[in-house]
Design a protein around this ligand. Structure first.
Ligand code: NOJ
Ligand code: CA
Length: 718
C-alpha cells in the first residue's frame, strides 16, 4: 500500500471513530456497584516499583508502618480483576493515581522524622499530568495505567479516578507544595510569583465558608483555581484521564475548593467525553451547617454527592444499634433537598472513617449494612476488604488503620456471595438502579422498604436483632399477588412471603399480612416484568449546553429511532437502542428544561427534567465593594440573566451566593458563567428572615472571556 493510501485509510478510520455511535461510551452509573480500593494496600502486582529511585526509602516491606508505601499497585488490581468481577462489582474507584511528592516528610524543625511518613494514599500531588511511580513505573508514564484500564474495560468494569484539584502536597515538609506540569516546574508555595496558591493560612474556623474554600486544609497547599494557569492545568489534567479511558471521577474535598469554580470543572468534563462525576463534600449528617449549600451545589452543578447523611445514619443503625428510624429520617430529608437521590453515591465505610467492624465487631451486622446499601436508592460502594471482614482496631480503627492490607481473597465468604447476588439483581431488576424508594414498615430493629420502577419491584425486609424473631405488622406492597421465595435463597436467613392481592387505588390497604423475620435476617422479594411503554431511569449528564452529548437510559425506548425534543426543539440523535438513547443538546432557552422522548412505533412520550446552560462555563470572580457592613444575619447574593446567576430569581436556592465577605471592605463570589457572553446582573441583600432587597441603580454588565478565567469588580449601589 502506498503511503498516501495508508494516510487516507487512517483518516477514514479516524473520522469513522469520531462519528460512529459504536465508539461512544455512555456513562449510566445507576446500575453499577462500585468497589473502592486504596491502590497501595490492595495487591503487589509489580515488586519492581516498590522502592523507586526518585522516592527511595518510602516503602516498608514489613507493612508495620501504616504511613509508608506497602507495595500495592495498578498491576496488582489488574491481577485481581477476576476476583472483583466475580463479586459483581462493575466499577473500581482507585485512590488518586497522580504523581505524588517524592521527598521524605520531616518534622516542623526541618529534621527528618525518625519514622517514615509517605503519601501512599495519593493525596499529596506534585504532578497531575503523570502517574505515580509506586503504582506504575519509575518512568512516571501511563503504561501501567493504560494496561489496567484496558483490562478492566475488557471485563466490562468501569474505572473511577479520585481527583483532588484542591491542593498539592504538604507546605511545611517534603516538597513544600511544589507542583509540576508533566515534569516542568510550575511553582512552589514559599516562592509563588505566579499566585498559583492561596496564601490565607491554615483553616481554623470550620463554620466560616471563606476559610473553608480559601484556606489550607490538612497542612496541604490550597490551589488558586481562579488563576488561569492553574485552571488550565487542572482541566487539561482531568480531561487527560478521560482520554486514557476513565469513566468517572470522585472529586476530592469539594467543600474546600472554590465552589463556583467546580461548576466549570464539571462542565469541562461533561463536554469532553461522557463521564459520571461525584464529589466528596463531608457532611456531618443532614443537620450540618452547610447541608443546604452542599445540596444547592449538587443540584445546580450536575455533580452527585457522596451520601454522608445516609452513611452516618447507616453506621449508627448497624454499629450502634440505633433505630431504623434514623435511616428513614435521613432518606426523607434528602428526598426533599436532593434533585435526584438515585444519583447519590452511597456507602457506610471508606478510607477516612473507622470500618464498621472496628466500631462493632459483628459480621452479621456488616452483612446487613451491605445488603441495605446495595438495595437502597443511590449508587452503592463496597469498601475493599469488607467482603473479607478485614479490620484493624488500633486507635479505634481510625485513619490510617481503616486502610488495611488486603490479605484475603476468599470467594466463599457470605459477604462476597452477598455482594455478588445483589449486584446481579441490580443489573437484572431496574427497580434498584432507577426506582423510587418507599418505606413500608419501620421499627427499631426492622426495616421493610420497596424499590419500584415501571413494572419492576423489589421488596426488602431486614431484622437486625441479635436474638429476637420480629413480627412485622401487615403493610402494602406493589408486588403482584403471589408467593415469593427469598431471592437470596436463605443466604441471610430470609423467608418466603405472600402477597394476597394486587395493590390498587380502587382497592387500597394492606396486601401483605404480618410477616415473621428471623433475627439477623435479610429477605429480598422481587419481580421484573417488562415495561409496557417508554420509561427513562437515568439521564447523564443532567446539565449541559447546546452540543453536549446526553445519554438517556431506561426501558422500552424502542428498537427503531424515535425523536427527542428539548424544550420543544428537536435534538440530533447520535444513537438509539431500546435501553439507551444518546443525543446532542439543541440550541434552546437556558434554565430548567424538559426533555421529551417519543418512541418511533407508537409515538408514546416520556418526559424528564434537564438543565440548559447557555454555553461552556467560565469561572468568574465577582468582587463587590461598598456592600458592608451587613446587618446581623444579612447576606449578599447575585442575580442575573444566566442560569448560573439564577435567571433573575430572588430565591436563595437559585440566585448565586451567598457572597463571602472575608473583610469589611470586600465581598466576593466565584460563579461559572457562559463563555463569551455579556452577562447582566444585580446584587441583592437577604435579611435574616429571608427577605431579598435589590440594590438600586442600573444593572451591571460584564463580558465573559471565551477561555480561561475572569474577574469583575463592582460596587453596591445605594
Ligand atoms: C479527603 C480524602 O478523602 C482524605 O483521605 C484526604 O486526606 C483529604 N481529602 C485531603 O486530600
Ligand atoms: Ca509494587
Amino acid at each position: 500500500m502506498s503511503k498516501s493510501c495508508a494516510r487516507i485509510l487512517c483518516l477514514a478510520t479516524l473520522l469513522f471513530s469520531i462519528a460512529s455511535p459504536a465508539f461512544l461510551v455512555a456513562q449510566d452509573f445507576r446500575k453499577q456497584v462500585i468497589y473502592q480500593v486504596i491502590t497501595d494496600r490492595f495487591f503487589d502486582g509489580d515488586p519492581a516499583n516498590n522502592d523507586p529511585p526518585q522516592s527511595k526509602g518510602l516503602f516498608d516491606p514489613t507493612k508495620t508502618n501504616w504511613q509508608a508505601y506497602w507495595g500495592g499497585d495498578l498491576a496488582g488490581i489488574q491481577a485481581k480483576l477476576a476476583y472483583i468481577k466475580g463479586m459483581g462489582a462493575s466499577a473500581i474507584w482507585i485512590s488518586p493515581p497522580v504523581d505524588n511528592e517524592n521527598l521524605k516528610w520531616a518534622a516542623p524543625d526541618g529534621k527528618p522524622l525518625s519514622y517514615l511518613f509517605a503519601p501512599y494514599h495519593g493525596y499529596a500531588a506534585r504532578d497531575f499530568q503523570r502517574i505515580d511511580e509506586h503504582i506504575g513505573s519509575s518512568a512516571n508514564d501511563w503504561k501501567a495505567f493504560d494496561d489496567f484500564v484496558a483490562a478492566s474495560h475488557a471485563l466490562g468494569i468501569k474505572i473511577i479516578v479520585d481527583f483532588s484539584p484542591n491542593d498539592t502536597n504538604l507546605i511545611d515538609t517534603g516538597e513544600h507544595g511544589a507542583i509540576y506540569d508533566n515534569g516542568k516546574f510550575l511553582g512552589t508555595y514559599a516562592d509563588d510569583k505566579a499566585a498559583l496558591y492561596h496564601h490565607y493560612g491554615t483553616l481554623t474556623d470550620w463554620n466560616n465558608p471563606f476559610q473553608l474554600q480559601y484556606y489550607n486544609v490538612f497542612g496541604l497547599t490550597d490551589l488558586n483555581e481562579d488563576n488561569p494557569i492553574v485552571d488550565d492545568y487542572i482541566k487539561r489534567s482531568i480531561t487527560q484521564f478521560q482520554d486514557h479511558g476513565v469513566d468517572a471521577f470522585r472529586i476530592d474535598a469539594v467543600k474546600h475548593i472554590t465552589w463556583g469554580w467546580v461548576y466549570s470543572l464539571a462542565n469541562t468534563v461533561h463536554t469532553h467525553k461522557s463521564a459520571f462525576v461525584f464529589a466528596e463534600w463531608f457532611l456531618d449528617g443532614f443537620g450540618d451547617k452547610f447541608y443546604s449549600d452542599a445540596c444547592k451545589f449538587s443540584n445546580r452543578s450536575g455533580i452527585s454527592l457522596l451520601d454522608y447523611p445516609l452513611a452516618i445514619a447507616t453506621r449508627s443503625v448497624f454499629a450502634e444499634n440505633k433505630s431504623f428510624a434514623e435511616i428513614d429520617h435521613a432518606l426523607t430529608a434528602e428526598n426533599k433537598s436532593i434533585r435526584d437521590p438515585n444519583d447519590m453515591v452511597t456507602f457506610f465505610d471508606n478510607h477516612d472513617i473507622p470500618r464498621l467492624l472496628s466500631l462493632h465487631n459483628n459480621q452479621n451486622r456488616l452483612n446487613e449494612a451491605t445488603a441495605f446499601i446495595l438495595m437502597a436508592r443511590g449508587i452503592p460502594i463496597v469498601y475493599y476488604g469488607d467482603e473479607q471482614y478485614l479490620h484493624n482496631d488500633t486507635d479505634r480503627g481510625r485513619d490510617p488503620y481503616t486502610r488495611v492490607w488486603m490479605s484475603s481473597y476468599d470467594t466463599d465468604t457470605v459477604g462476597y456471595k452477598l455482594v455478588k447476588k445483589l449486584a446481579d439483581l441490580r443489573r437484572s431488576n431496574d427497580a434498584l438502579g432507577y426506582g423510587a424508594m418507599q418505606t413500608r414498615s419501620v421499627s427499631p430493629d426492622t426495616f421493610v422498604f420497596e424499590r419500584k420502577f415501571a413494572n419492576h419491584v423489589v421488596l426488602v425486609a431486614i431484622n437486625k436483632s441479635e436474638d429476637k424473631e420480629a413480627e412485622v405488622p401487615g403493610f402494602s406492597t406493589a408486588l403482584p399477588a403471589g408467593t415469593y421465595a427469598d431471592y437470596l435463597g436463605g443466604l441471610m436467613n430470609g423467608t418466603t412471603m405472600t402477597v394476597d392481592r394486587e395493590d390498587s387505588h380502587s382497592l387500597p390497604g394492606r396486601n401483605v399480612r404480618s410477616i415473621k423475620l428471623s433475627p439477623h435476617s435479610v429477605s429480598v422479594w422481587q419481580v421484573a416484568r417488562p415495561a409496557i411503554k417508554p420509561e427513562i431511569g437515568s439521564i447523564e449528564p443532567v446539565i449541559g449546553q447546546p452540543g453536549t452529548l446526553v445519554t438517556l437510559s431506561g426501558e422500552r425506548l424502542g428498537a427503531k429511532s424515535g425523536t427527542v425534543f428539548v424544550n420543544g426543539v428537536r435534538a440530533h440523535i447520535e444513537s438509539w437502542q431500546d435501553t439507551q438513547v444518546i443525543f446532542h443538546v439543541p440550541e434552546t432557552a437556558s434554565g430548567n428544561s424538559e426533555i421529551q422522548l417519543k418512541d418511533a412505533a407508537k409515538m408514546r412520550a416520556v418526559r424528564v427534567p434537564f438543565t440548559m446552560l447557555e454555553a461552556k462555563l467560565i469561572p468568574v470572580t465577582f468582587s463587590v465593594k461598598n456592600a458592608t457592613p451587613l446587618a446581623q444575619g444579612e447576606s449578599l447574593y447575585l442575580t442575573g440573566e444566566t442560569f448560573g446567576l439564577g435567571k433573575w430569581s430572588n430565591s436563595k436556592d437559585a440566585a448565586a451566593g451567598p457572597l463571602l465577605c472575608p473583610s469589611a471592605e470586600k465581598c466576593l463570589l466565584d460563579v461559572s458563567v457562559p463563555a463569551g457572553r455579556r452577562v447582566q446582573f444585580k446584587l441583592l441583600k437577604m435579611s435574616q428572615d429571608g427577605v431579598m432587597t435589590p440594590e438600586s441603580g442600573p444593572i451591571h454588565s460584564y463580558v465573559v472571556p471565551s477561555t480561561g478565567t475572569g474577574s469583575v469588580q463592582i460596587e453596591w449601589q445605594y
